[in-house]
Design a protein around this ligand. Sequence first.
Ligand code: UDB
Ligand code: ZN
Length: 184
Amino acid sequence: MLTMKDVVREGHPSLRKQAKEVAIPPTKEEIALLKSMQTFLSNSQDEELVEKYDLRPGVGLAAPQLGVEKRMIAVLLTDDKDRLYDYGLFNPKIVSHSVEKSYLPSGEGCLSVDREVPGIVPRYARITVKAINSDLEPVKLRLRGLPAIVFQHEIDHLNGVMFYDHINEDDPFAIPENAVEVDR
Ligand code: UDB
Ligand code: ZN
């Protein structure tokens, strides 16, 4: 079982690398790792397991956060309309995005970052993602709101990008042009 001990922190080189595409079909090991990433998120949202294993309730995880430099992500959250987003994906790619931006007014954190980094992280308001799901089927997802933010945060990890790279250095809480607020 994966726990916070398996999550690498700032300073680990995997967090700053371009992760490699996964050859399709993935190996049994790669499929098993993706499933355990999904289980990690589900465990991290279970109150009892959070106490027992000292987990942080996670909504997304990328393989480089485990020191594995492969293009694999897991996402688990419900949106404002109670729709469930439960995905394990290989090779996710943003194939199109809106001009409009969005942001969480309280900023972002990260399972690999053990400090508060204040500031607004501009994201695209809407994205379309193509990927291979954990059943090895191609999927095309149209996302907005919080799910769009989580997918962008995770796909950034595959490209060695951290959320605070996007924060305006001179004015961390400056509202980006053409941006809508997303509430949690
Ligand atoms: C998280 N969780 O999992 F808007 F109900 C963060 C942590 C770092 C605080 C655990 C989180 O933001 N939960 C959340 C957010 C909401 C509404 C809600 C729960 N991540 C995942 C991560 O580090 N992946 O690499 C950070 C998120 C910040 C914005 C998107 C991902
Ligand atoms: Zn993160």
